[in-house]
Design a protein around this ligand. Structure first.
Ligand SMILES: [Zn+2]
Length: 483
């Protein structure tokens, strides 16, 4: 590190709350969130006034929701003052921050559509461009790029939350995090993770090699204790490596699966192979990626609720749903300054789970495992909408399966389902097992019984040398008027 870099890192460290959370506390993420609320209480007179308290001893859910509402009002005032988009949108809706007193009042605040962000990203920019330290671009489904702007403080904030989350996964200061995202990923999360580790005083190594031996050498040489990376990428390495290496002997503490859903079938296989917990992480790109991570209880993903307010809405009516009910997740960035999004539609289907959690969290809630994007759901036969996750659980459960793709078309009056499965092992037995697993699924059974589906087709494919992330699990080639 150059002197300049060292000065920057030293300065950044003084700003991190995660550094103030002791290394051996039982639940670092929980203590970190509590610390953030206490810091706000200490420095923000308005918050003390809202709570009507001079001192803060216990932070229960009620106090915590007051903290979130306070941050929401402040953020709303900030964007109405600084962002062209919100000035106009909220002005036209005739709403003001002081109208938001309870969580129920949030229904009055119009939702933000991803298409608006893709259309005019600069309408969301709040400070002058000279204050922007980094810009992230994400490709939207419409082909237009969404752009998000982050100030230096925003980046520290993200780094801080990543550090708290990594500590919660069990990583200690003298231990190494192995970062495994393939180099082909469009936006490289490795950079952010690497700097988070550097600032937070954790060790890290980036290894994006597709070569299994090289990955294992890195685990061994660096005495890696936690792995984080693209779900399908880590899974692929696991399947290819487990026959050659005794993976359990490496003594990993945890594997964090990021950027893609983690099916229970894949989780079981990886936990079995490595002998450690496999945790799912959910990153919303528009919220800076570090948004939710599973704890050891594995009953949902803890949201960084100190920096994000998450609601669940009925996707058709836009109305808020109570905790526990399934709907679309809606996110508000409570702390960002660059281009914060309020009540931003994710199109992801899940639910909100109130604390407490078995891991000891009493303040922050969880989101259920995301079921998939609302627009990724497909109807087959005349049945209900089904999510790709249904096939994930069935097909990935077959040992040796690395990936699959389903192409749906409609050559006659029946839907035709053709699966291509990337597989490592004896193809004939693999094919039988995959076929059996698919035929067990209820919507398939019903479709076949009622003559709404053509016979299912399964084609097995050898493992390819290249790794292609985000192979679309379902390709729908049917023509339809209602889509
Ligand atoms: Zn928990």
């Amino acid at each position: 590190m150059s002197i300049k870099e060292r000065v920057i890192v030293a300065y950044a460290r003084t700003k991190l709350s995660s550094r103030k959370v002791g290394e051996d506390v039982e639940n670092p993420l929980h203590d970190w969130v509590q610390l953030k609320v206490r810091e706000t209480f200490k420095h923000d007179e308005e918050f003390r006034r809202v709570l009507g308290k001079k001192s803060l001893d216990k932070i229960d859910r009620e106090v915590f929701e007051q903290y979130q509402l306070h941050k929401f009002r402040k953020q709303m005032a900030y964007v109405m003052e600084n962002s062209h988009y919100y000035k106009k949108k909220y002005g036209e809706a005739g709403i003001a921050p002081d109208m938001i007193r309870t969580m129920g009042d949030l229904d009055r605040v119009p939702l933000t559509e991803p298409a608006d962000l893709a259309e005019e990203p600069y309408y969301f920019l709040c400070p002058s461009q000279s204050k922007i330290a980094r810009t992230f671009s994400t490709s939207g489904t419409t082909g237009k790029n969404k752009r998000l702007f982050y100030t230096k403080d925003d980046l520290f904030n993200i780094i801080d939350s990543i550090a708290a989350a990594l500590r919660s996964a069990g990583l200690k200061s003298n231990e190494t995090l192995q970062i495994m995202f393939p180099a082909v990923v469009a936006w490289d999360p490795s950079l952010m993770l690497e700097s988070a580790c550097k600032v937070a005083g954790l060790k890290s190594v980036v290894c994006s090699a597709v070569d299994v031996d090289e990955q294992m050498r890195s685990v061994k040489d660096n005495q890696t204790k936690v792995i984080i990376g693209l779900t399908s990428f880590i899974y692929r390495i696991t399947v290819m490596a487990r026959d050659k290496f005794d993976l359990r002997s490496f003594g990993l503490k945890a594997i964090i699966c990021s950027s893609e859903p983690l099916s229970e079938a894949v989780r079981r296989e990886m936990e079995d192979a490595w002998g450690c917990k496999c945790l799912s992480q959910y990153g919303m790109t528009e919220m800076g990626l570090a948004t939710a991570i599973e704890c050891y209880a594995q009953t949902g993903l803890h949201i960084n609720e100190a920096d994000f307010l998450v609601e669940v809405i009925d996707p058709d009516t836009g109305k808020r749903l109570p905790p526990g009910e399934e709907g679309e997740l809606v996110w508000t960035a409570l702390s960002f300054q660059g281009s914060p999004l309020l009540r931003y539609r994710s199109y992801d289907i899940s639910k909100f789970i109130l604390p407490p959690c078995d891991c000891g969290h009493i303040t922050i809630g969880k989101m259920g495992k995301p079921k998939g994007r609302r627009d990724a759901a497909t109807k087959i036969g005349l049945g209900d909408r089904i999510f790709p996750v249904l096939f994930d659980e069935a097909i990935m459960n077959v040992k040796g399966v690395l990936n699959y793709q389903l192409v749906i078309d409609k050559p006659s009056f029946r839907d035709r389902l053709r699966f291509t499965v990337e597989y490592n092992g004896n193809e004939a037995t693999g094919k039988d097992e995959v076929m059996a697993a698919i035929l067990e699924l209820e919507p398939i059974k019903i479709g076949l019984e009622n003559d709404l589906l053509e016979p299912i087709e399964v084609e097995m494919k050898e493992v390819s040398k290249e790794f292609s992330p985000k192979m679309k699990p379902i390709v729908d080639r049917r023509q339809s008027y209602d889509r």
